[in-house]
Design a protein around this ligand. Sequence first.
Ligand code: COA
Length: 171
Amino acid sequence: MEAKVVVLGPQHKASKKNFKCGNDILDKYLALFALQDQQKKLSVCFVLESLTGEIIGYYTLSASSIDAKNTNDQRFMPFKTNYRTLPIILIGRFAIEENYKKLGFGKKLLTDALKRCTLQATQIGACAVLVEPKDVNAREFYLKFGFKILPDQNKLFMTMQQLSQIFIGFH
Ligand SMILES: CC(C)(COP(=O)(O)OP(=O)(O)OC[C@H]1O[C@@H](n2cnc3c(N)ncnc32)[C@H](O)[C@@H]1OP(=O)(O)O)[C@@H](O)C(=O)NCCC(=O)NCCS
């Protein structure tokens, strides 16, 4: 099935209201707040849409930072720094529509998100991508893709060094 990733826009007014992923908070966020947050420059929302304009999935990206003392895990920071915070890219929300789950669209959309993060990190410093899984299923999904657990937090990370190896030559 053909589908493409585009930035959420006013043309998605009807389709975003029909989106149901099994998590009411994520549905409500897309329907009511995603475009507002984008207009305020708090996040950018990317939607995977079918040729008929139906929303198959979405994710958001934001610039963010984390406390460096949470990252003394060698996998996260294999270098020394005196900075108290470290710049990262946050995949704040991520969801696939109920009717399209288990068909590979989650993988397709996460790959798109990670490629986009890798590209951004060639222009603006960011040493990792962070995700905040909403439940154990989401956590398993991210672990499967190689995300690691950030000590003492309900967050998972993948370093930009890892990503630039995976998407080598991608610019
Ligand atoms: C988690 C979610 C994004 C997965 O999307 P999906 O389209 O069903 O996933 P895919 O079909 O692309 O699966 C990709 C791979 O992840 C695996 N996977 C998917 N869901 C999984 C889960 N809950 N636990 C473990 N592995 C999982 C699949 O088996 C597949 O593995 P494979 O490549 O070896 O075949 C989707 O179920 C969802 O939107 N859930 C509700 C919202 C949510 O929890 N969002 C997470 C961010 S907070």
